[in-house]
Ligand binder design. Structure first.
Ligand code: ATP
Ligand code: MG
Length: 203
């Protein structure tokens, strides 16, 4: 058997805007970590999610990073990634994977996406480089099944389908509805302390 240090690390990169991070993200993250026996799963916070620009206002990256850190602080092998924020500008997964390959030489990289994001993979900048540098992992979200590019050797991981999105949660919070159990208690503290998403829910 090979000594442990020669076995390459298995690292998942789960990118998103995380505005805010919610139970759907976290259930996906821990189930993918488990199913693929990852050493590390990085919730990579986009600096500028360029595909969302002009569709709505985006919470500052520092606030989104603080929420993701709060969400995963006590979770084994899940970490918040600030690579894209440190790089600045628009965030491209191809660049992030190149940075991770340099940081963790020899690591096996996995790019994790929900099926809505998977359907748009060919619209990503340098999609071919993403496919060369990582295996693509897809989880289903509720709704109609999405057609995935048949030329890609997807890894599918089954996770509970949770009908939750950040867009829905922002709307709930701004109307005064509670987010308990939809985000972690620590994320709720960050939202309240930083006054994100408008009105605070009354208990
Ligand atoms: P928004 O409504 O602002 O688009 P979102 O909930 O879709 O937010 P994103 O930050 O856009 O969250 O998504 C990051 C990644 O998480 C994407 O790959 C997306 O498909 C996935 N994802 C988001 N919500 C879920 C969910 N409920 N179950 C599984 N995957 C999810
Ligand atoms: Mg989304």
């Amino acid at each position: 058997m090979l000594p442990a240090e020669t076995i390459p690390l298995r690292i998942g990169v789960f990118g998103g805007t995380f505005d805010p991070p919610h139970v759907g993200h976290l259930v996906t993250a821990v189930n993918v970590r488990h199913a693929l026996d990852l050493d590390l799963l990085i919730l990579m916070v986009a600096n500028v999610p360029w595909q969302k620009l002009g569709t709505r206002s985006i919470t500052p990256a520092a606030d989104r990073l603080a929420m993701v850190k709060a969400a995963v602080e006590s979770v084994d092998r899940l970490i918040a990634g600030d690579h894209e924020i440190r790089s600045g500008g628009n965030s491209y997964t191809a660049d992030t994977l190149a940075a991770l390959a340099a940081e963790y030489p020899g690591a096996e990289l996995f790019t994790v996406v929900g099926d809505d994001a998977a359907a748009g993979i060919r619209t990503w900048a340098r999609a071919d480089e993403v496919l060369e540098r990582s295996r693509l992992v897809v989880v289903d979200r509720p709704g109609e099944p999405v057609r995935l590019d048949p030329d890609i050797d997807w890894i599918r991981v089954e996770v509970p389908r949770l009908e939750v999105s950040s867009t829905d949660l922002r709307g709930r919070w701004s109307d005064g509805r509670p987010l308990d159990y939809l985000v972690t208690e620590d994320v709720l503290v960050v939202i309240a302390d930083r006054g994100l998403y408008g009105v605070e829910a009354t208990p």
